[in-house]
Design a protein. Structure first.
Lengths: 118, 232
């Protein structure tokens, strides 16, 4: 997967209303754009420096079952967000990232990653 | 002086807090539903324990978005007193009114037990009548009470004496064995930079009558009331 720059500061700053209808849509209003089904996938994981007692317990159980060669298990959260077709891919990503930062993760203890499935 | 106890869907220590303020502190107190926004008639608000929003997403994470929380932020910015107990502490951390976060207990279990905490700072309105170094016995009841923060935050909390309570043994020694949940530096309670917002995991409101096993929690509420009376 290619590295994508964080789409911050491009009209998606803190002060703006969410999902504003007046926001610039980087994609042309072409055929099918409005009905396109997109899914934003948000993965929230504990920062490497934060202990994950649940992951440790799961690893212990898995090892009891005889699975070998496992050096670590970390538990995280996964969100699927169905995105309205009126948003372009870049906007959908920006909105999902903002949501991940403000609600879905706690930046003190967690990191997040966003994927867009078109 | 007037107290408010904020009630979220899922709060369950709200009545305990109300009872303590009305019966033991002897002051007027209201329940404040989380959709209210006017806190102007209150001198202190308590964010009680419980499971606001069922602890969905993270403990305290969704309560942060209730309308009353913007008012609590303004209230705190006016140097008025905010006390968060257990889930209330988690909410204050999620809302950014206190630093750090409370994650799953180190041993994973929900812990319901009495613990000892040592008073580390009496330089807060909540502890200023307490003896420094004294040991309070109070119950805890939580699954996410493991306080975490980064090095810089810990250093700041230590430097500014913002660690208010630490888990200790009966004699007041801070030991690993006395730490019930893996909290960093045995932290059980901290206060804000302005010292007017305090959060703690133990339940002082459930430790106000000898019949319940301890009345040590009364000292926190009487300290708070004494401070408000002196300011009036």
């Amino acid at each position: 997967m290619s590295e994508l720059p964080l789409p911050l500061g491009e009209g998606w700053g803190e002060g703006l209303p969410p999902c504003g209808a007046t926001s610039p849509n980087p994609l042309p209003e072409g055929e099918g754009t409005n009905n396109a089904i997109m899914k934003a996938k948000v993965y929230v994981t504990l920062k490497p420096s934060v202990l994950d007692p649940q992951g440790k317990a799961i690893k212990h159980s898995v090892e009891l079952l005889g699975y070998g060669g496992i050096s670590d298990i970390r538990q995280g959260k996964y969100f699927e967000i169905a995105v309205d077709g009126s948003l372009g891919e870049a906007q959908a990503r920006a909105e999902a990232e903002r949501m991940a930062r403000e609600v879905l993760s706690n930046p003190i203890i967690e990191d997040f990653r966003v994927e867009i499935e078109t | 002086m007037k107290f408010g106890v904020i009630v979220f869907p899922g709060s369950n220590c709200d009545h305990d807090a109300y009872h303590v303020i009305s019966k033991h502190v002897g002051q007027p107190v209201d329940f404040i539903w989380h959709r209210e926004t006017d806190l102007s008639s209150y001198d202190a608000v308590i964010i009680p324990g419980g499971f606001s929003y069922g602890d969905y997403l993270r403990a305290g994470a969704l309560a942060r978005f209730s309308p009353v929380m913007n008012s609590v932020k303004e209230f705190a910015a006016q140097d008025k007193l905010v006390l968060g107990i257990c889930n209330g502490f988690q909410i204050l951390c999620e809302a950014g009114l206190l630093p750090g976060a409370l994650i799953r207990n180190q041993e994973l279990h929900f812990i319901c037990d009495h613990v000892n905490v040592r008073v580390e700072s009496r330089n807060t309105p909540f502890t200023h009548d307490l003896k420094p170094g004294s040991v309070l016995r109070m119950p805890i009841a939580h699954a996410e009470g493991n306080f975490v923060c980064d090095e810089a935050t810990l250093a700041e909390l230590q430097r500014d004496e913002r660690i208010v309570f630490r888990y200790c043994d009966r004699e007041g020694r801070i030991t690993e064995d006395a730490n019930p949940n893996g909290s960093r530096d045995n932290i059980a309670g901290i206060c804000s930079r302005g010292r007017n917002v305090m959060g703690l995991m133990p339940h002082p409101e459930r430790a106000c009558e000898d019949l319940l096993g301890s009345s040590d929690g009364r000292e926190i509420f009487s300290s708070l009331a004494g401070m408000l009376a002196a300011a009036a």
